[in-house]
Design a binder for this molecule. Structure first.
Ligand SMILES: Cc1cc2nc3c(=O)[nH]c(=O)nc-3n(C[C@H](O)[C@H](O)[C@H](O)COP(=O)(O)OP(=O)(O)OC[C@H]3O[C@@H](n4cnc5c(N)ncnc54)[C@H](O)[C@@H]3O)c2cc1C
Length: 430
């Protein structure tokens, strides 16, 4: 039995009962062993089971304990890397093919939530992205371009409409994506885990995978304690939390910390500031994102990024300052929960989905845009391993290239600060 608990977050506070944890003892033989029970590993496990494979999931902590159970809960199409950068690298046709599979990920989450009757997930549609400087022409041009080339249904919001819904003088025009939605992500992960168990998949929690060994025709995964798994294929889904298991991948995935907090219940104050039920974010390159939760009584707010692994003491007051700079009318309010999580980023800001060597696969590094893309890469990895399709090859341009170690981390931090400066400059000029 594992005694590892979830971090103290709003999601833990509102979680449905978790699975009773199982401990791995001795040898288990299966078709596929997946390491990491975040949303990537869980989706892949579910899809492999549907394809008739036997599956073991090894989780060092608890199901959804990593980024998957700590994030903002925004589900939308696309990737951490922007479409403009992808178009420059790959051209429009290949970018469109990648975007289309990212949309499958969004649909997957929506369908799974409804098929599983997932309790406590509470999907809520819509994503309003607002500009912090007057940006009418550019925004309309972008919307027309995305809708015509990528088949999205983005809508334009003039400044007056934005300010009716988000009462802040810092906001100007907006763009709404009606197909995006938000969820309680930890409960979604738990619903997937429940389904995996019901389909005969084995999930072992509190069980770090310590080594990978290849012998004729199979891989052996040794875990702490005396448990080990023999499998025809292994799928690595440990993201930023994986260490000392497969260095080639770990060196490529930079751990980047980001933060979320939830206010105390304050429905009355919030009704004077935020009147939009979906996801809200600004178009800053290094932006804030937030939403109302618990029947619009609390504010859940995410923002900031750092390559430091430690959680700053002043996290709650730092985020509160960000909130009050936009909505001073909220006045002084209490913060009930504040937490950090690690996102796994590669330098190319795209997932690493590939067969690293025969029988050893990776589906990881979805960065800050993982709720749809973990579903995408989980699905495509399962199809690849089961030999059902080779759609994973769409991700071939994104190798597990070395992230630059401490210098790479410093570079990432500098890029983030650079983005902040760009944002301030745009706002100052407007
Ligand atoms: C604070 C925050 C806010 C975010 N907000 C959003 C958002 O609103 N929308 C969005 O799309 N994305 C968001 N993201 C990104 C998204 O959460 C991630 O991209 C996604 O959850 C990654 O899922 P994963 O399964 O790849 O990794 P994780 O969820 O991190 O799971 C990895 C798991 O692997 C386990 N593990 C690692 N190594 C081992 C080992 N050796 N043995 C056993 N187990 C191991 C870990 O314990 C962990 O549970 C956010 C991320 C954070 C941190």
């Amino acid at each position: 039995m594992t005694h590892i608990d979830y971090i103290d977050s709003f999601y833990k506070h509102t979680m449905v009962p978790a699975l009773s944890p199982l401990t791995l003892n001795g040898l288990v033989q299966v078709d596929v062993c997946i390491i990491g029970a975040g949303l990537a590993g869980l989706t892949a496990a579910r899809e492999l089971l549907k394809a008739g494979k036997s599956v073991v999931l090894i989780e060092g902590n608890r199901v959804g304990w990593g980024a998957s159970g700590r994030n903002g809960g925004f589900v939308s199409d696309g990737y951490a890397q922007g479409l403009g950068a992808l178009e420059r690298q790959l051209g429009v046709a290949q970018t469109k093919a990648l975007f289309d599979v990212s949309r499958l990920g969004t649909n997957y989450v929506q369908q799974a939530v409804s098929e599983l009757g997932a309790r406590g997930v509470r999907p809520q549609e819509g994503w309003l992205r607002v500009s912090r400087y007057s940006n009418e022409d550019r925004l309309q041009r972008d919307i027309d371009y995305f809708n015509s080339v990528y088949g999205t249904a983005y809508g334009y919001w003039p400044k007056e409409r934005v300010r009716e819904h988000l009462v802040s003088e810092l906001y100007f025009q907006g763009m709404e994506d009606p197909e995006a939605f938000h969820i309680q992500p930890l409960n979604y992960a738990l619903a997937l885990a429940q389904d995996i168990r019901q389909r005969g998949g084995q999930i072992y929690e509190g069980q770090q995978a310590r080594s990978l060994e290849k012998s004729s025709g199979h891989w052996t995964v040794r875990c702490e304690g005396n448990g080990h798994v023999q499998a025809g294929s292994v799928l690595l889904c440990g993201s930023a939390y994986m260490q000392d298991l497969y260095p080639k991948l770990e060196r490529a995935v930079l751990p980047v910390a980001t933060y979320v907090m939830t206010s105390e219940p304050m429905a009355h104050q919030l009704s004077r500031a935020i009147r939009y039920a979906g996801c809200i974010g600004d178009t800053r390159r290094a932006g804030d994102y937030y939403r109302l939760v618990e029947d619009s009584s609390r504010l859940l707010w995410g923002g900031r990024m750092t390559t430091r692994r430690s959680q700053p003491q002043a996290l709650a007051s730092m985020l509160k300052k960000d909130i009050l700079s936009i909505y001073p009318q909220l006045g002084d309010f209490g913060v009930d929960f504040a937490w950090a999580g690690l996102m796994g980023y590669c330098l190319h800001k795209m997932p690493v989905l590939r067969e690293m060597e025969p029988g050893l696969w990776s589906a990881t590094a979805t960065g800050g845009h993982g709720l749809n893309s973990t579903a995408t890469i989980g699905m495509l990895a399962a199809e690849g391993i089961a030999g059902l399709s080779d759609r994973h090859r769409l991700f071939e341009p994104f190798d597990a290239q070395w992230g630059g170690g401490p210098i790479g981390r410093m570079g990432t931090q500098l890029v983030y600060w650079g983005l902040q400066m760009h944002d301030w400059w745009d706002e100052w000029r407007s």
